[in-house]
Design a protein around this ligand. Structure first.
Ligand code: AP5
Length: 213
């Protein structure tokens, strides 16, 4: 099965995508995680991407398209879940061309949505492990020990781009550049609109029903 999850910052793409892909034996190709790993490892792509990410802007299309195609070629055999790619219409067109080159198709494209007040609350409370990248939330999924990752014991911190001023810009970029993907995918086979405003388990159950049902 090959899926796309898209939606605004903080809607829960990473949370739901991680769980769904691991329960279904698929590769979770999360563009933000791929970029953050490149920044951490100080690769050429990471050095180019860093300033865009810190400012909450989109990284140039050519760079993210080539990074995601490399990962897809390496990791797509058992199915994949794309999270955070595509993020504008040009990237969606590049994805269509990429899938055709690799003889692949998308089974479902899931648009996750929630009111902006929920997004702000989720992003302002997010904590991420500096070592393994696993995500928590101060109130909605707190770690067992304050400040420590349940998975690896690493230190938890706030993401640089979850500062309030950057979040405001990321939401603006989403509305201008990513929201038009709804019109691009609506009407195509496999498009699903998912209400992601409920609590995590309820959203997961709805996602499973929508994709599998
Ligand atoms: P990326 O990391 O993809 O950021 P994003 O799309 O803004 O999404 P987030 O990771 O902020 O949110 P999410 O929807 O995954 O929510 P999460 O599950 O963590 O991208 C970062 C940057 O990289 C971009 O700004 C850009 O610069 C660059 N980039 C990435 N892709 C690109 C592309 N294709 N092209 C160009 N540039 C690109 O949940 C958030 C919090 O809420 C967590 O704390 C979680 O525990 C909590 N939570 C989740 N669900 C619920 C719920 N139902 N109830 C309560 N709390 C919840």
């Amino acid at each position: 099965m090959n899926l796309v999850l898209f939606g605004p910052p903080g809607v829960g793409k990473g949370t739901q995508g991680e769980r769904f892909s691991s329960e279904h034996g698929m590769s979770h190709l999360a563009m933000g995680d791929i970029l953050r790993a490149a920044v951490r490892d100080e690769t050429g792509a990471g050095k180019q991407a860093r300033a865009y990410m810190d400012a909450g802007k989109l990284v140039p299309d050519a760079l993210v398209v080539s990074m995601i195609e490399d990962r897809m070629a390496a990791d797509a055999a058992a199915g994949f879940l794309l999270d955070g790619f595509p993020r504008n219409v040009a990237q969606a067109e590049a994805l269509d061309a990429m899938l055709a080159r690799h003889g692949l198709t998308l089974d479902k494209v899931v648009f996750m949505d929630a009111p902006e007040s929920h997004l702000l609350e989720r992003l302002s409370g997010r904590l991420v492990c500096r070592a393994c990248g696993f995500g928590f939330h101060r109130h909605y999924s707190p770690p067992r020990e304050a400040g420590r990752c349940d998975r690896c014991g690493g230190e938890l911190s706030q993401r640089e781009d979850d500062r309030e001023d950057v979040v405001v810009h990321r939401l603006h970029v989403y509305n201008e550049q990513t929201e038009p993907l709804v019109a691009y995918y609506r009407g195509k086979a496999g498009f699903i609109k998912l209400d992601a405003s409920g609590e995590m388990q309820a959203v997961y159950t709805a996602l499973k029903e929508a994709v599998e049902g």
